[in-house]
Write a protein that binds this ligand. Structure first.
Ligand code: DON
Length: 566
């Protein structure tokens, strides 16, 4: 009798978006919805790259779930509504701080298949064939996302069938696509045709805003995950379909690769900055170390009195970026395969030495800055907090936009092109211009180096901020600048996210700036000897700031990003 009662209680709620979740006063459904860029919530908040994914997470909070429940539901929903980056065929990282003060980091980065070899992307003359590391079947690492979702489930409260139902409904019944999605799908149509022998639902000319995207194969894959758990992806029908797809191209992923995939629980990377504790992702991401190095390099300078994006503050922050990224190229890789000198790289002595040749009167030169110790667009971020104070920060990716552009036939999901994040040849830039060497060389089972920087911040030991962003190698600099915008420049959440950003990654030796970067600052930097280059949007930051018990949220204006909560 007791058992019957329990199973009756765990009914899967039908997927209805309640308007009170958003606090906007507008009714929302998958066929008619709009995003919200900022809002203050009291009980829980979710910020993701798509309004429907934010709502799916917020719905779990309202049902009594915690931030981990919301993160799982939002990630699964993103895999449906944001096919360019939301995924089950990719990988990611989760950084969290629980209400009990436990720091967690989950590494569900893709791995190189067992048949991968160090020189697999070199032709007979030894030239790198980045077309193969970036496109189609051979570009994919073994996906980690589904394993990561299950690894985080032990911290969640609601049953999987509740968490996954929004994603199943969105895939099965469809949702209307945004103007941005329509334009991205159209721009990728030729590649969907080229890199698939079974044509996926995405391959269609002339997508328009308001078209309904229905993904029946994906709905069935999600149902197999709902019914069989992790095995519904890594074994059985889905695994068989992945391997069949590999055979249609020249892919390497086998049934054994899938069965052997494991999420790793890592020790979070933590450091202090001006009295705040920053908790971020350790290797195989370079994100946490870069963030720590850059913030510690500027910590002793009075940034606030220099002013936001003045020549003086941009120059200082750029020189820190240059030095940190030089180390990335040399020393960072999967810690299970390569000894990463994390402690040294973050030590005060090393940071001081690293900045000892900083000259505030002229541009540094990357040819003079080498790695200091002798001895990488389409990703998506979720920031979540619940009423108990659990903070969850997740960055997940297919690497490039729509990953390898190969969809697993009859399973309906895109595979990643994450193999390009390895150093396919020493000194050869990847698609984000990042170079690397031995530390990040390809080896079977190894995880490729990442820049993803999911981060949470504490003030006086209490929740203060949840932050992260996509953007390849610009990820650590975007997180660095967002945190400094809040802590040093005292900005509100919207400004901290939306003000222009700049980026220097050692090589190429130039500062990239967004279109709205101030002209006079640009000219001032050029006078000092900096090369400045234009680029489009840098990052799409999702930010939650905890102030006086309230959750101030901001979703980046650079995308369809949206906040939800209650
Ligand atoms: O792991 C990394 O660093 C890259 N694969 C991330 C790619 C990315 O952020 C693309 N997004 N805009």
């Amino acid at each position: 009798m007791k058992r019957l009662l329990l199973s009756l209680l765990i009914v899967t709620p039908s997927f209805t978006f309640s308007q009170s979740i958003v606090g906007s006063g507008k009714a929302i459904d998958p066929y008619k919805y709009s995003g919200h860029k900022d809002h203050v919530y009291k009980n829980g908040a979710v910020v993701t790259a798509h309004p429907l994914a934010s709502l799916a997470g917020a719905q779990m909070l309202k049902l009594g779930g915690n931030a981990f429940d919301a993160a799982i539901a939002s990630q699964l929903a993103l895999a449906v509504v944001y096919p360019g980056a939301g995924n089950i065929g990719g990988g990611g990282f989760l950084v969290a701080r629980t209400k009990d003060g436990k720091s967690i980091s989950l590494d569900y980065r893709e791995t190189a298949p067992a048949k991968a070899t160090r020189d697999m992307y070199l032709d007979a003359q030894g030239n790198a064939q980045t077309n193969l590391s970036q496109n189609g079947h051979l570009a994919s690492g073994v996906p980690g996302t589904v394993s990561g979702l299950f690894a985080s489930k032990k911290y969640a409260k609601l049953p999987l069938k509740t968490l996954i139902q929004p994603a199943i409904d969105l895939a099965e019944k469809g949702f209307v696509i945004t103007a941005r999605e329509a334009s991205n799908l159209n721009a990728t149509n030729d590649q969907f045709i080229k890199f698939n022998s079974l044509q996926p639902v995405f391959a269609k000319a002339g997508w328009k805003v308001g078209d309904t995207l229905i993904q029946k194969d994906l709905a069935n894959t999600l149902k197999r995950i709902r019914d069989n758990g992790e095995k519904g992806f890594y074994e059985g029908e889905t695994a068989r379909l992945i391997v069949e797809e590999m055979k249609r191209g020249n892919g390497l992923i086998t049934l054994a690769d899938l069965k052997n995939y494991k999420t790793r629980e890592r020790k979070t990377l933590e450091f202090n900055y001006k009295g705040y504790k920053i908790i971020s992702m350790p290797p195989p991401s370079s994100g946490g170390i870069l963030l720590a190095q850059m913030m510690k390099m500027v910590e002793k300078y009075p940034l606030k009195s220099y002013g936001f994006q003045t020549v003086k503050s941009v120059q200082l922050m750029t020189e820190a970026e240059r030095r940190a990224y030089a180390d990335r190229a040399e020393h960072l890789g999967d810690p299970d395969f390569w000894k990463v000198p994390v402690k040294t790289m973050m030590s005060d002595a090393y940071i001081t030495k690293r900045m000892s040749d900083y000259d505030s009167t002229k541009a540094g030169k990357s040819t003079n800055i080498k790695a200091g110790i002798i001895e990488s667009e389409e990703t998506t971020h979720l920031s979540i907090i619940d009423k108990w104070g659990n903070m969850v920060s997740v960055t997940t990716t297919l690497n490039g936009s729509y990953g390898s552009r190969t969809v697993v036939g009859d399973a309906g999901f895109l595979l990643n092109n994450e193999m390009d994040d390895f150093s396919v040849k020493p000194g050869m830039p990847n698609m984000y211009g990042a170079i690397g060497g031995e530390a990040n060389a390809i080896a079977p089972g190894k995880r490729m180096l990442s820049s993803m920087t999911p981060t949470v911040v504490l003030k006086d030991g209490k929740p203060f901020m949840v932050v992260g962003t996509p953007g390849g190698t610009t990820i650590p600099t975007s997180v660095y600048q967002t945190i400094i915008n809040i802590i040093d420049f005292g900005m509100n959440v919207s400004d901290a996210v939306n003000k222009p950003k700049f980026h220097h990654q050692w090589l190429p030796d130039e500062i990239l700036v967004e279109p709205t970067f101030k002209k006079e600052v640009r000219e001032g930097l050029e006078k000092m000897g900096y090369k400045i280059s234009d680029r489009n949007a840098i990052g799409r930051v999702e930010l939650i700031l905890i102030k006086k018990g309230m959750f101030e949220t901001a979703a980046d204006k650079r995308g369809d990003d949206s906040v939800a909560g209650y």
